[in-house]
Structures are given as C-alpha cells and as structure tokens.
Design a protein around this ligand. Sequence first.
Ligand code: CP
Length: 328
Amino acid sequence: MSVAHTVLASTNTGLAHFTQAPEPKKIHWLIEKGLHFKNHPLAQSHLGQGKTLALIFFNPSLRTRLSSHKAAMHLGLTVMSLNANEGWQLEFEEEVIMNSDRAEHVKEAAQVISQYADIIGIRSFPTLTNQEKDYADQVLNKFTQYASVPIISLESAIRHPLQSLADLMTINTFKTTPNPKIVLTWAPHPKALPQAVANSFAEWVLASGAELTIANPSGYDLAPEFRQGAIQCHDQAQAFADADFVYAKNWSSFEYYGQNLPVEQDWQITPEKMAWTNDAYFMHCLPVRRNVVVADAVLDSSKSLVIEQANHRTFAMQAVLHEILQHV
Ligand code: CP
C-alpha cells in the first residue's frame, strides 16, 4: 500500500483528485482552503445549488454527520442521509449466490444512489476480525467502483482522512514554530477500536512533510505502511519529552488483529505526563472516554484542542466539497 489517502475516491467518472499520495503542496493548499472557509463560511453559498450530497452511514456518527451537513449547507447543497444498517444488508462479494440475509448488491445500490445524488459520502468501520478484508477497504472501494459520482470517505475501515485534514488545520492554527514536535500516543479504552484515525493521522502528518513520533505499547504497532517514516517508540515518557502537540487515540492491535491486548503500564494521559512536554496542546478526535483515555484535568485545560478540532471538521469537509463541486 502506498501512502495514498482517500479523501475523494476516484470513480468511473474519472474524477480522481486525491486518490494518490498527497503532495505536501496539495495538503497545505487544502489546509489553507479549509481555514479560508472557517473565516468565510458563506463565501460560496450558491455553488452547490441544485446539487445533492448523500451521506450513507453503516456506523454511527455525531461529528462527521453534522459537520458534513453543515459544510454542505454552507455551499448550498441539499443533503440526504441514510442509516444503511437500518435497512437490509448489502452484499459486497462478487459472483456470489445471494441466498443469505443480504438483499441487495452494492453494484445496484451504488448505481441507484448515484442517480439521486451528485456526491456520495460513505462511513463504514472495519470488522476487526479479518485483517485482510478490512485492509482491502471493501465497502469504500466497492462504492467507488460502482458509483458514477464522486465518493467521499467519512471514515472507512482503515482511514479517516477528513479527521486528519481537520487535525492538520488545528495544528497549523496553534503551532508557534515551523516544525513543532507532534506525538501520536496510544491510550487505553475498554473496547477494541479501529486503527483508522491513527493510520490517517500518521499518513497525513508524514505526507505533509512534518516529523511524527508514535508512542504505543508493544503489540500495538500500526500497520507498517502507515508507520513508515515515523519515529516509533514504546516509551510514553521518552515520546512526550519536548512535545508541542500530544494526539491521543486508542486503537486495537494490528499484529494480533482487532484484539485489546493487556498493557502493564497506565497509558492514560494525565497532567503529570503533560508536564513532561513543552507545554503541549492536547488533541483527540472525539468521542473520548474521560478518565480512561485522558484525565478531566487535561481535557478541560486551556491546552485542550478537542473542541476546535471538531469545529474544523466542518471546514475540512467544506474544502473537499468545494473542490469536488468544481468538477461535477
Ligand atoms: N471524530 C469523529 O469522526 O466523530 P464521529 O464518529 O462522531 O463522527
């Protein structure tokens, strides 16, 4: 796998803007565009008039759903939203005898939705039981294959690119030096969670040309293609030294796929650990479990950027929608 990031997956329309590794220039241009819309949200409020965005959720969402609606409204788009798992199950395998509970093939579904919408957003989490299938990113890729309109990832099995764009907008806003020390740290969680946020954050930070330190307990290394180029460390204290940004996230094991392995030390983010840093900002994509992932005192401190990150989700989506609307 390359360092490709899928903000907008290519379709048979030939609209393939961001399917390959983003040039640092392109990432910085998207950050600038997002921050421009933050200051001027209604600057292009007629661009999407008469056009429709369909948001298809196979999994729940608070931020992605609402920020996507808001971004679309800023651009004059009409939005339709579908909780896909409340209907019948879709089939994604090819040449299958469809005698299970899966009533409709993605081949028809994607083409049908393409008639109703000019752009489609898809959220689909991994199974966390089958590494090969999850890392093939089947749901996003099958929609991309069969839709005739552009597809936006609203978080797929292995990536969450819109979150990463919002995160880079946040770092760009708050950094006080050209090359801040950015640390991605694993943190505890009672449930096994996807690796998507961590994968994308690593991918985007590194592709932007910045340095990244990843700290996680042994057994929790990210997939090689996502951690390649990062400074890797199994010692949180070492990683936090002189950090300017601490990005906390839980993820389940890639090596022992989908498992929550026992961890001896406490990896929760506390004020004591933040004191090891260069007065770092704290970041998390949300939702976050208080006093499990991070202590109240860190999350509620003036150095916490989590609400601003969520705010930037609207303008990250607006930047991407704006880019697509130039072409549909
Ligand atoms: N960070 C994020 O994607 O939040 P939601 O799952 O609520 O959309």
